[in-house]
Design a protein around this ligand. Structure first.
Ligand code: P53
Length: 484
């Protein structure tokens, strides 16, 4: 038997961004306001998940504020006006793929409009043409942590079933418009973030009890599942050669000890994460969730036909983000991690990033194997990277050896997984160009190969600089992952 020796030919090397973190130009060319643009920047670097701290009152306040200072996702890094320069830099690194998202509110400013905004469509025409110039495949997320704000104001976003209609009107328009230009699509970014709150569902949760929150979140996610299944069907009908995937924030979970109580608790946590891919890849709700829902007073309201839709609308590939792993203990006394997101317990074997995320390259190999065993569909790592404080030297360099180290270790484990027999399509690291953090809205949490001159207050020339990692990644792509 032939064991693969390295990454396959045609492997999709590249990087990933999201509209609300990179584009800026939030009120330009007819674009509507989005849910991302009412998120204030975090006041505390370590402990804030600013992206979900949104209430009716803070939305009203945000809508009355027309500046970008307190709302960094309104300004991004002005990709809207720098896309030619930026894509040229990606091409210089040898990118085969560029994952980006379309801002739904550029196409349907209020979400419930009947006709699309031509100016918004033209922007992505230009972006995809620029990619084509360098043979870069666009990999397009249809919904990345934002939606037209009007849908939140009118009907609490994805909490309402009606949002399915608006979403699939939008997806049909973009599938038709970009047919032949975009070969890889994905529906909802990190769809499991629907259980983290506002950012993913566009549904306000203030004044709800814990049970009510769960009910709202899982119902909203159900609507996203149905919308995703319809989008899969549309995509295949409109362009039979295109591929469309789901997208999960993978949280590989380990038991803190071999105590079966910990092992079982860890399995439970893993199921909470795998629930989403179980639905989207296998096409039905897994049994273990029935008990969970019953014990938490959650009742998913399904319409006749939903189950059929889910079964028919399974995805072509599974894509996921991978930044960290998590640990679970059955004991309430176990030490917790601290950081801007606290996903469970502390793993004594792992180091953490400056934001408290537990760095675990081997976990990526474990996850890839587990996914492949469970699902047997092609896998795509569409986010992985290190958010760090970078320093631009006086001679305009950034010596980011820590980032190179992080990425190298993860790519090595990915290669092991390929040799284990995993069908892996590609790797798009987060994020090739410094941009606004999803979690905290900081600029100083940088992921890029390309440094952008802008600070947390939005001051700076927006000039782009190549970091050391830029030249390193260029070599990685050139050698198809051999020279790390
Ligand atoms: P930031 C948490 C855990 C895993 C992935 O995140 C996450 C988050 C949100 O903080 O989000 C993804 O910018 C997301 C991107 C985001 C990236 O990870 O908070 O898909 O939009 O920028 C990194 O450091």
């Amino acid at each position: 038997k032939n064991i693969p020796t390295g990454f396959p030919q045609g492997f999709l090397w590249g990087g990933a961004t999201a509209a609300n973190q990179i584009e800026g130009a939030w009120d330009v060319d007819g674009k509507g306001m989005t849910t991302a643009e009412v998120v204030r920047k975090a006041t505390d670097r370590q402990n804030a998940m600013a992206m979900n701290q949104v209430t009716k009152a803070t939305i009203a306040e945000a809508m009355a504020d027309h500046g970008t200072e307190n709302y960094p996702k309104r300004r991004g890094v002005d990709f809207y006006h720098h896309y030619q320069e930026d894509i040229k830099l990606l091409a210089e690194m040898g990118f085969k793929a560029y994952r980006l998202s379309i801002a739904w509110a550029r196409i349907f400013p209020n979400g419930d409009d009947q006709e699309p905004n031509e100016k918004g469509l033209e922007f992505y025409d230009r972006v995809f043409a620029e990619c084509a110039k360098y043979n870069i495949e666009p990999v397009v997320t249809l919904s990345h942590y934002e939606m037209p704000l009007n849908l939140t104001v009118q009907r609490n976003g994805w909490a309402s079933r009606k949002t399915i209609e608006d979403f699939t009107r939008y997806t049909k328009v973009v599938f038709e418009r970009y047919r032949g230009k975009v070969k890889y699509w994905m529906t909802f970014n990190e769809i499991n973030a629907g259980t983290w709150g506002f950012t993913s569902t566009g549904a306000i949760e203030d004044n709800l009890s814990a049970d009510e929150k769960l009910q709202l979140e899982y119902q909203a996610v159900h609507h996203q599942f149905v919308a995703s299944a319809i989008a899969v069907k549309q995509c295949h009908e409109i362009d039979p050669t295109a591929k469309i995937g789901c997208m999960l924030a993978r949280m590989q979970n380990y038991p803190l000890t071999p105590d079966p109580k910990d092992v079982r608790e860890s399995q439970f946590q893993d199921q909470q994460n795998l629930f989403f891919t179980d639905v989207q890849v296998r096409g039905e709700y897994p049994e273990y969730m029935n008990r969970y829902f019953a014990e938490h007073n959650v009742e998913i309201n399904m319409e006749p036909g939903d189950e059929k839709l889910l079964a028919a609308g399974t995805v072509d590939y599974l894509s996921f983000s991978y930044y960290m792993s998590t640990v679970t203990s059955a004991s309430k006394d176990a030490e917790q991690t601290s950081g801007n997101l606290t996903f469970g317990g502390k793993n004594p074997y792992l180091e953490t990033s400056d934001w408290g995320w537990q760095i675990d390259p081997i976990g990526l190999r474990i996850t890839l194997n587990a996914f492949w065993d469970r699902y047997r569909v092609p896998l795509f790592v569409v986010e992985n990277g290190l958010g760090a404080l970078d320093k631009l030297t006086e001679d305009s360099q950034v010596h980011d050896s820590y980032r190179i180290d992080y990425l190298r270790k993860h790519i090595l484990q990915m290669k092991e997984a390929v040799q284990d027999g995993v069908d892996l399509m590609g790797y798009t690291s987060w994020a090739p160009i410094d941009l606004i953090s999803a979690g905290t809205s900081e600029m100083s949490k940088r992921y890029g190969f390309i440094y952008v001159d802008q600070d947390d207050e939005g001051r700076g020339s927006l000039k782009r600089y190549r970091k050391d990692s830029f030249y390193w990644y260029q070599k990685v792509i050139q050698t198809n992952g051999e020279d790390l």
